[in-house]
Design a protein around this ligand. Structure first.
Ligand code: ASP
Ligand code: MG
Length: 448
């Protein structure tokens, strides 16, 4: 059971989580928690401030967050527990003060210090959650995830070493499960082989949960958040959005890529490797089933499962007669994007031209300059990608016709279809995207 930052944002939220854990205590859950909301950001800010030479201000800026932790402990745990948590909190403060000072003086590599500093969010939230569960008479115990998850030493985005992690997780946690103890782990944090603290990248707690779940071959990995599962479209754009019952791993990764609020494909890879179901559920509505993400999911009658979209997209069109009947052109083109570490989202090609989309335009000037060596370049900003997802989309006839006839009077700037069997992607002007989503949603989901 993994709980995200907003699911542990304050005392009320902690109480809800403890209740959810209690309701599943007979299933021997392992609990993974994120830092309290905004804490990781605050720790990063403190690190940056210290790095600039002001560790005092950096340390002071964390005060309100220390206070939030103390508040939760005061509201939800007994006196003895409060005392012991305060001792823990004060220790964390001292250590953080020292680390921030080191960042100011650069007495250790900065990337190493940064991970050490931001790990306190999860170190504290997991300790606190264990205390809150104990106060509810649950047989809970915090275990330091850095003893379980082994990574390389790529600070900030470390890669787990699977075999060692699997062994350690089994060795440490199986006896606790056997003894009916509920283990509480901080997500996101891990340690390198040499024992230095590392982190798995922003949002990495999902990844931690999937790793631990896979190592233990869990029955199910639950990702608890503040929306009820994965929705048929963005509810801010179309209020008719509703929860999708089941999705395949492939459908979920297409959706994640195109901006739907779903798990990042990389984070559920360990679950995919062991075919473990992932359930996305809402800590405010614990009785709702949420969305199940499974190895494969049945096609639904209407084929379309969800409509994702992403705004702030720029289209680049490169045309060159040199492309005609020649090889190596695409390789040269892709090299430009590699050089500037820029991700291409959607791509479509004809004999003499290539159209593609970017959402990161930080290096746009440079990219355009380099592309000009290959051909004429046109740039169109302010677009949006729309991604219609559903198992069997490629094979079903008439679906493209249905999609595009719904959008008859709207100009489609680019279409990509066929690379994946589960999606149909196209690009429209950003100002039209709300209308597009509403019409499609109405067309495909209206009568349930
Ligand atoms: N606390 C970390 C972050 O904010 C990890 C997570 O929440 O999953 O990125
Ligand atoms: Mg998160």
């Amino acid at each position: 059971m993994k709980f995200g930052g907003t699911s542990v944002q304050d005392a009320e939220a902690f109480a809800r989580v403890a209740e959810i854990v209690e309701s599943q205590k007979d299933l021997s859950p392992i609990v993974v928690t994120s830092a309290m909301s905004k804490v990781t950001d605050a720790l990063i800010y403190a690190f940056e401030t210290a790095k600039k030479g002001d560790s005092q201000t950096a340390f002071a800026s964390l005060d309100p967050h220390f206070e939030r932790h103390a508040q939760v402990s005061q509201n939800l745990t007994g006196e003895e527990q409060q005392k012991s948590f305060l001792i823990e909190l004060n220790l964390a403060k001292e250590e953080l003060f020292d680390l921030l000072l080191r960042a100011e003086r650069r007495s250790l590599p900065l990337s190493m210090l940064k991970d050490a500093i931001i790990s306190y969010g999860e170190q504290l939230s997991s300790r606190l959650l264990a205390e809150v569960c104990k106060a509810k008479n649950l047989n809970a115990r915090q275990i330091d995830s850095r003893r379980l998850i082994v990574t390389d030493d790529e600070y900030g985005a470390a890669t787990p070493v699977w075999n060692e992690t699997e062994n350690l997780v089994k060795l440490e946690l199986e006896p606790l499960i056997e003894a009916d103890e509920i283990t509480i782990l901080g997500g996101f944090i891990a340690a390198s082989r040499s024992g230095e603290t590392t982190t798995l990248g922003r949002g990495g707690s999902d990844y931690s949960a999937a790793l631990v779940g896979a190592a233990l071959q869990a029955r199910e990995i639950q990702i608890w958040t503040d929306v009820t599962g994965v929705l048929t479209c963005d509810p801010r754009v179309c209020s008719e959005a509703r929860t999708i019952g089941t999705l395949s791993y492939e459908e979920a990764s297409e959706l994640a890529y195109f901006g739907a609020k779903v798990l990042h494909p990389k984070t559920i890879q360990p679950a995919v490797d062991f075919s473990i179901p992932v359930r996305v559920c809402n800590s405010h509505e614990p009785r709702e089933k949420g969305t199940m993400i499974l190895p494969s999911s049945a096609e639904t009658a209407r084929k379309v499962k969800s409509i994702a979209h992403k705004t702030g997209i720029t289209i680049l069109r490169i045309s060159s007669a040199r492309m005609l009947g020649s090889y190596g052109f695409m390789a040269a083109l892709f090299q430009v994007f590699e050089r500037y570490r820029t991700v291409i989202d959607v791509i479509s090609t004809s004999e003499v031209s290539v159209a593609l989309t970017l959402d990161n335009t930080a290096s746009l000037e440079n990219i355009i300059n380099d592309l000009k060596r290959l051909g004429a370049v046109e740039v169109e900003a302010d677009h949006a990608v729309v991604c219609v997802v559903g198992e069997g989309l490629r094979e079903s006839s008439g679906l493209a016709a249905k999609i595009f006839s719904t959008l008859e009077d709207i100009n489609i700037s680019l279409i990509s279809h066929g690379a994946s069997s589960v999606n149909m992607t196209f690009v429209v002007k950003e100002e039209k995207v709300g209308e597009v989503i509403k019409r499609l949603h109405n067309e495909f989901f209206q009568e349930i």
